[in-house]
Design a binder for this molecule. Structure first.
Ligand code: DP6
Length: 327
């Protein structure tokens, strides 16, 4: 059966950085995120007993062999779960450039894995589906539940998965993404995670994580935007401090990334608009604001030197099936 799923990118308010078990992607700390309404991947999958191998096509994207291999790895996991041997045709399409700090592996793998399992008639439920996605890309496990999400690191692969903390409708905040470069980053986040331990500051980061997670959850519960924004922005800088001080060091920012960060801080200082930034492993800046300020933030970001494109996102549901197909 041919099945298509859509998987959203998500933005981490408290970052996942560093793994206890890199093979099955058990993280060092819990992370908190929100699914994004306007950044997503469509994937159509069909298993066919006549195929001699998996055929994988990325629409609008140059694709390299390691990326193809990772999709095959995802299909292998699905095949083992469903106890089938046949190969699949996969066509996948992002509505944004990959590897620029917008969680393309989260949107990509959540959609491919959901479509593949469904096409084999397997419905795992959200918890097991989240665990399965986690093995292929950690952040993908957070693209399964709807809305605001916590990934509990668990005690091992058996209980490390993401669950909803609030539905998308709970709080009207926006992620206004400023894209400042469309070039693929040189060091993937999978490689970056492996360097975290080499930073002399990583232990200190981990020591503060559980309190930070509690604090931001309380701020979200109270819809306290100022408190929430401060914790989120600090955590992004904390994660990038680990990247900058890893060996070899990882500098995911471009000059325009820093310009945007400084502008966001300045808007707050002068009492213009209250927004806060966060940055994943890439140069794009995610500017988080209240929905009523999203238009203004987008207008202000547009005129900053080096900003190439703006994408405004609301909180969104997790990966789900759709009825139109890519082939
Ligand atoms: C900086 O999920 O891309 O975006 O598990 O190896 O696929 P893998 O890494 P990935 O790491 C995401 C790191 C981050 C922070 C976050 O999303 O929490």
């Amino acid at each position: 059966m041919k099945v298509t799923a859509i998987g959203p990118a998500n933005i981490a308010f408290i970052k996942y950085w560093g793994k206890v078990d890199p093979k099955v992607r058990v993280p060092q700390n819990n992370s908190i995120s929100m699914n994004l309404s306007n950044l997503y991947t469509f994937s159509t999958v069909e298993f066919d007993p006549l195929l001699k191998k998996d055929t994988i096509h990325f629409i609008n994207d140059n694709v390299n062999q390691p990326e193809i291999n990772r999709v095959v790895e995802a299909l292998d996991i699905v095949r083992r779960k469903a106890k089938v041997k046949s190969f699949a045709k996969v066509i996948t399409k992002n509505n944004f450039p990959k590897a620029i700090g917008i969680a393309s592996s989260a949107s990509g793998f959540s959609s491919i894995i959901l479509a593949a399992l469904t096409s084999l008639g397997v419905d795992l439920g959200k918890i097991e589906l989240s665990k399965l996605c986690r093995v292929i890309s950690g952040s993908a496990c957070r693209s399964i539940p709807d809305g605001y999400v916590e990934w509990d690191k668990g005690t091992g692969p058996q209980d490390s998965y993401a669950r909803q903390i609030y539905p998308a409708s709970y709080w009207k905040i926006c992620d206004v993404v400023a894209i400042v470069s469309k070039k693929m980053k040189k060091i993937s986040s999978s490689q970056g995670h492996l360097l975290a331990n080499s930073s002399p500051f990583f232990k200190a980061r981990l020591a503060g994580m559980s309190q930070k997670v509690k604090d931001i959850k309380l701020a979200i519960k109270k819809r306290d935007f100022s408190q929430f924004g401060k914790i989120m922005e600090q955590d992004a800088l904390n994660m990038h401090a680990i990247c900058l001080t890893s060996s070899p060091s990882l500098i995911y920012w471009e000059p325009a990334t820093i310009l945007v960060m400084k502008e966001v801080i300045n808007w707050r200082e002068v009492g213009d608009v209250e927004s806060y930034f966060t940055i994943d492993a890439g140069p794009s800046v995610h500017v988080i604001c209240q929905e009523s300020d999203a238009k203004k933030v987008a207008e202000k970001l547009k005129v900053i030197d080096g900003v190439k494109q703006i994408v405004v996102n609301k909180p969104a549901r997790g990966a789900h099936l759709v009825t139109s197909h890519l082939f």
